[in-house]
Ligand binder design. Sequence first.
Ligand code: KG4
Ligand code: ZN
Length: 351
Amino acid sequence: MLILGIETSCDETAAAVVARDAEGRGRILSNVVHSQLDEHAPFGGVVPEIAARAHVEALDGIVAHALVEAGIGFADLDGVAATAGPGLIGGVLVGLMSAKGIALVHGLPLLAVNHLEGHALTARLTDGIAFPYLLLLVSGGHTQFVAVEALGRYRRLGTTIDDALGEAFDKTAKLLGLAYPGGPAVERAALDGDPTRFTLPRPLLGRDSLDFSLSGLKTAVRQVAQAAAPLTDRDVADIAAAFQATVAEIVAIKARRALAAFSAQTGVAAPVLVVAGGVAANKAIGTALRAVAEAVGAGLVVPPARLCTDNGAMIAWAGAERLAAGLVDGLDAPARARWPLDADAVPKLGS
Ligand code: KG4
Ligand code: ZN
């Protein structure tokens, strides 16, 4: 089965071709990602209107590129998948409408994919892992623990009550005068920093909570940065290191709790924790999670960074899994700015 996947929900224009064999194994034939970073960088964040226009300009070429790289044409496809939400609605519309056009012209089934489902299922493409598993999704827009029980059955165990983790990295970078996007810049700065020079709060929201609260941390970073101003390179490195170490510790504590809760709820004694989303590329967080997994006898899967950040392969793969299960969408499938990854929010068979 060959599926074209299109992703346009944020600032990456992406298309990919993924194959799924009869045993359910996946293979990436092409994965083309065009980042709009340069267009948004002057504004220190993604500008929705600029993003939507840039998707319109780039998408046809990116799709053609993905097909050429895979060595196939539209006629070889078995389905076309696109992100139908959640995300910036202008961009989502561009990708979904393109997919509908391709589906209509070439007589292909349409798969309207939840972007979060794409992130959630990537580990099955890269590592072939079986259901159920625990997902930690950490990106610019999302921070959540999800019990991935089966295709289309996702149960959220915890989320952020304010900022997303990637957003906290981006805002910290801005406060420290570092480049956008902030995650990689903070990680780089932290390499030379002393994480013990500044102490930041660790909001854990009670003994059992699996929710995150990160806006207080941002305020603390601002206060520390203002008190130390004007900032030297050493100050920036030390504050970045303190922030990153604090975040890694919070994530590790929550992951330990979430693994315990997941085991108790599913009866799986040695669960697998999958980390996805752009922040999964962070090495300090990865190291902290590896220690937790080892301590509690859990498995840890972190897909390669280019598949953790937004891409078309994850959408193609989610589409392939859905098509294999008969979960096809109609050409009236709506684009959604908001679309939580709960069981009830994912379209059911035939809808
Ligand atoms: O998943 P993603 O590419 O886009 C969505 O938000 O859907 O995630 C982007 C986020 C940004 O906030 C970026 O700063 C963060 O992931 N990020 C990182 C790293 N690389 C990207 N955060 C921490 N460390 C990194 N190495
Ligand atoms: Zn994403």
